[in-house]
Ligand binder design. Structure first.
Ligand SMILES: [Zn+2]
Length: 441
């Protein structure tokens, strides 16, 4: 890949030394909390119950006095006073665009955006993304997405048009037709979920389409942790013959994370968000480098801004300056998993994603695994069930790989596991979310 030039959207802010950046965030936070208290009945109750007066917030740490916001609270607020609830700061007549969450884990949450948020705030967020990804007005973006109430690529598409890229809307087409359109119109960039991008690559292979030989040079992946998982990313990059970038956001909190061309983790737009990382069990803040749950506060959105929103995404902060020059913190490896999957064992918080990552470094084993958690007080070890990558891996190599896995888990997770090697192909395969953790009675 040829050397690329680093592009910034707002260089002074993105490269601001940390002490100044934190001062900038503090000023934004105080203004934002004051605005929210005035306009959102939901947050007024929250702040009052914790005796928080926005004007008294004098450090970023002081934000911890404010209780977290959970997605369930947003659902309850909208169920109690439909359709919008009382957490937003604008009247429905001020909104120009509405979205709702997919609702896979419960009642969908509805979000409305004012013209200011849709045309300016989102544009600012996606301009950070665009510059980070190294996209320019010369790029042609193909968006294979069925437009509806789900936010997905709506905002990205609109912002790319505003920035002068040519955008090809690929809704309402079959995957084959999408591939055809993408090639005919000479798209240079495409976006999608990691699994759809891999599916599209497979469809291309089956139909004899040479993707690596196509003009596509950048692939933007969002919606699932995946672009951050090295093996998934490698698969996307080799099958597309293009550079893959991680993009993170959600309907509720908006768009906060993008990977730059240096690929050293996923930057958080700290000029627009306050990010915290905490232990999902104790709810206490964690030092950088430790895996915990990402908590975000909108410093810029004014329609339905959220304060200390629990994303339930597991991340690891790295605040060292990136090779791109940005001081914006990076999520090392992107989103590593969901805090709901976390379990406590032998005095340690364990995340399946941690073990998965270690497992992916060992070629002798397949990507499938299960963690068997023994009953508390049974004295048994945590058991990791793995299986050989295929039937031809010799016994001696499997044993060496097993010993290696025990050692690295002991060292990195600080728990000594038993490793059980099952028959190749015997662990359950599921299409959706795999059940990795099995609890013994
Ligand atoms: Zn960077």
């Amino acid at each position: 890949m040829t050397a690329q030039e680093v592009r910034y959207w707002d260089e002074p802010l993105e490269c601001m030394p940390r002490p100044q950046l934190e001062q900038y965030q503090l000023a934004k936070l105080r203004d934002q909390l004051g605005y929210i208290r005035e306009h959102s009945p939901f947050y007024r109750r929250k702040f009052d119950s914790a005796h928080v007066v926005p004007g008294d917030i004098r450090s970023l740490d002081a934000v911890r006095q404010i209780p977290f916001t959970e997605k369930d609270e947003l659902r309850q607020s909208q169920a109690a006073s439909p359709p919008w609830g009382d957490f937003g700061c604008i009247a429905p007549r001020e909104a120009v665009r509405v979205f709702q969450t997919s609702g896979t884990t419960g009642r969908p949450v509805r979000v409305m955006l004012s013209g200011k948020d849709w045309f300016e705030t989102y544009y600012q967020q996606f301009s950070h993304f665009r510059c980070g990804f190294g996209l320019s007005a010369a790029d042609v973006l193909f968006v294979p997405f069925n437009y509806g109430l789900y936010v997905a690529w709506w905002g990205f598409q609109a912002a790319m048009e505003q920035a002068g890229l040519m955008v090809i809307p690929g809704g309402g087409l079959s995957s084959k037709d999408r591939l055809r359109a993408m090639l005919e119109w000479e798209a240079t960039a495409i976006c999608g979920t990691p699994s759809y991008l891999l599916y599209l690559a497979e469809t291309a292979r089956k139909s004899g389409v040479d993707l690596p030989g196509s003009p596509i040079r950048k692939v933007i992946a969002a919606g699932e942790p995946g672009a951050g998982i090295p093996s998934t990313k490698k698969a996307i990059e080799s099958q597309w013959g293009a550079e893959c970038f991680d993009d993170i956001g959600s309907t509720e909190i908006s768009n906060f994370g993008y990977e730059c061309i240096m690929h050293q983790g996923t930057h958080v737009i700290e000029g627009m968000f306050l990010a915290e990382v905490m232990d999902p069990e104790t709810l206490e803040p964690l030092p950088d480098g430790q895996i915990g749950e990402l908590v975000l506060t909108n410093l810029c959105c004014s329609s339905m801004p959220l304060v200390r929103y629990r994303t339930h995404d597991l991340v690891r902060f790295d605040r060292a300056v990136c090779s791109c020059g940005r001081t914006y913190l990076r999520l090392d490896g992107g989103v590593l998993g969901r805090s709901d999957d976390m379990f406590h064992f032998a005095g340690v918080n364990i995340f399946p994603a941690q073990i998965q990552k270690l497992l992916h470094e060992i070629n002798e084993f397949s990507q499938e695994y299960q963690l068997v958690v023994p009953r508390l007080g049974s004295g048994k070890h945590l058991r990791i069930r793995v299986e050989p990558a295929n039937e031809n891996v010799p016994e001696s190599r499997l044993k060496a790989a097993r010993d290696h896995l025990v050692e690295i888990v002991k060292y990195r997770v600080t728990v000594t596991p038993d490793v059980e090697i099952c028959e190749a192909g015997s662990l359950p395969r599921v299409e959706g979310k795999a059940k990795r953790v099995v609890r013994e009675d």
